[in-house]
Design a protein around this ligand. Structure first.
Ligand code: NAP
Length: 514
């Protein structure tokens, strides 16, 4: 794509950059604990009922308090989005794109400020937070450029006596439901893609990270996005989610999160509400159980680095995280040794002090991960970690099990934490069979120097994003359009050329000339 370049990552080894992020964190600390309203149309609404967002590294530190919407406010938000659609859908594509370009530019100018919120609210270290902010900037620029392209679709095949034209038109009201693990990038990406295409939305942020979403709303207001285009409606997924999804005026749902919630949304959205005039569209990007295969020809040092980075980056809380390393037996012991050598050096501590590994998002998540660790102890041999770290914040030590059977629970179920299962296989053929034995199909990676194995993996390793001789995390907007197969979702490929098409429909006009 012309004119688009990915936002570069910040090099924190340079002292001026390290100082800049530290001072952004200090600035954000001054702003902690504020109360944020709902934004519905022109109204800012403060509720007594609040979501209290806390720092996962220190549960006593309140990041912010956010109004928690009730059903009447959910109704108001949908109706406001519906009313605003009439005007917003008529705004020229270029005008809509300019709002995104402006927001991207302003976020770039205050990049570390946004990253600092991510560090304190979601527990990302400097580099992970920086990558999240960079991806948000990329999504805004990429989708803005994409809208300009979609606004000038290719010409149709000419036919004598007719003038025919195709045009993409928006769908209507969308409900945007992001997860907490990329609380800026995915939240912003799903929102701006939905509105640059001429739709209006109700944005229900994840309850663990609503403040960063409020900061994003402030940015949209700053660039003058008309009120009612994005309606900010924090609230419990369980309490208002079903209502928003089932509403007769909801035209589409743009969801990223767990398989369980994605399937529920898909099922509810399929039911036609009284008075509903359309079939709802659902983009549901869901969980993963991502594998790295290492064969006997691989560069084992590189493989170990890739496994450790993919398994423990952001504490394994990425849908793309490597939770299974499948290693052929001739190099199995050597790979374990190298993985352990690297993983045991990962320093654990406060994200704001930029430790390699930090906390998991919340107490419930920590408890679920610790339960899986207990299950792992009955399914294989614990070789690293296996316990909580400290008693403040929600820290779980990087944990590795070896000799896990391919059908073990910790081999098949998404844990979403710093837990890696090592699986020994006879050969590459068996490795391929194991990678495809889960219900998911999101990312994966093969470390190999064997061209035949690489070619076979391209055909048979059944995931939406497959990498070779590199880690299985770290997709870049436009470079690695992202989305999975099977129970990993509808494969909408965020950051790809087809994405905006999912949020519009094509109208053909055909005029007789004679
Ligand atoms: P989650 O529990 O499914 O929640 C995701 C969102 O859904 C949250 O905003 C949540 O709100 C909302 N929600 C919950 N119940 C709902 C309902 N009945 N109706 C409507 N919305 C509802 O997932 P998460 O824990 O935030 O995120 C982690 C999951 O996301 C993992 O499975 C991960 O693999 C997946 N993920 C996938 C991708 C991908 O591209 N495939 C990317 C990132 C993450 P509350 O917060 O209020 O519960």
């Amino acid at each position: 794509m012309k004119n688009f370049a990915n936002e570069p990552f910040t090099n924190f080894a340079l002292s001026e950059n390290a100082e800049a992020i530290k001072s952004a964190i200090a600035q954000v600390r001054q702003e902690l604990g504020k109360t944020y309203p709902l934004y519905i149309g022109e109204e800012t609404i403060y509720n007594d009922d609040l979501i209290i967002s806390t720092n996962p590294a220190n549960e006593n530190e309140i990041i912010g308090k956010v109004a928690k919407a009730n059903l009447a406010q959910a109704e108001q938000a949908i109706e406001t989005a519906y009313a605003t659609f009439k005007s917003w859908s008529k705004v020229e594509a270029e005008e809509r794109a300019i709002y995104l370009f402006k927001a991207a530019e302003r976020m770039r100018q205050r990049k570390h400020y946004f990253s600092a919120w991510l560090i304190l609210e979601s527990g990302k270290n400097w580099a992970e937070a920086d990558a999240d902010t960079a991806e948000a900037i990329d999504f805004m620029n990429f989708y803005a450029h994409e809208m300009l392209r979609y606004a000038n679709p290719p010409e149709l095949i000419p036919v004598n006596g007719e003038y025919n034209k195709m045009k993409y038109v928006p769908l209507g009201v969308g409900v945007v439901i992001p997860p907490w693990n990329f609380p800026l990038a995915i939240m912003a990406g799903m929102t701006v893609a939905s509105v640059v295409t001429g739709n209006t939305v109700v944005l229900k942020p994840a309850s663990a990270t609503p403040v960063i979403a409020a900061k994003f709303m402030e940015l949209l207001q700053e660039v003058g996005l008309p009120s009612g285009v994005v309606n900010y409606l924090p609230g419990s997924g369980g309490a208002i989610g079903d209502y928003l999804v089932s509403h007769k005026l909801t035209r589409f749902i743009n969801f990223t999160g767990s398989k369980e919630v994605g399937l529920r949304i898909s099922e509810l959205a399929a039911k036609v509400a009284p008075g509903q005039k359309w079939i709802k569209r659902v983009a549901a990007e869901m969980g993963g159980k991502d594998s790295i295969i290492v064969d006997e020809t691989a560069d084992l040092d590189k493989a170990a680095q890739g496994i450790v980075a993919s398994a423990f980056g952001f504490q394994g809380q990425k849908c793309s995280a490597c939770s299974r390393a499948i290693v052929v037996e001739s190099v199995y012991e050597e790979v374990i040794e190298k993985v352990l050598a690297l993983a045991s050096k990962l320093a654990m501590g406060l994200p704001e002090e930029n430790f390699s590994t930090g906390p998991v998002i919340e107490k419930r998540a920590m408890e679920k991960i610790l339960e899986y660790i207990e299950i792992g102890k009955t399914e294989g041999t614990l070789v690293l970690g296996g316990e909580r770290f400290g008693n403040q914040g929600w820290f779980v030590r990087p944990t590795i099990f070896k000799d896990i059977a391919p059908t073990a629970r910790i081999s098949l179920e998404e844990i979403f934490g710093p837990v890696l299962a090592l699986i020994k296989v006879k050969d590459f053929a068996e490795a391929l069979a194991v990678v495809n034995n889960t219900e998911y199909g999101l990312t994966g990676s093969l470390y190999s120097r064997n061209r035949e194995n690489i070619a076979q993996a391209k055909e048979e390793f059944n995931v939406g994003n497959l990498y070779f001789n590199r880690k299985c995390t770290g997709a870049l907007v436009g470079v690695h359009p992202f989305g999975g197969f099977n129970m990993s979702g509808t494969c909408s490929k965020a950051g790809g050329y087809d994405y905006l098409g999912l949020l519009m429909q094509m109208k053909i006009t055909s005029e007789t000339l004679g």
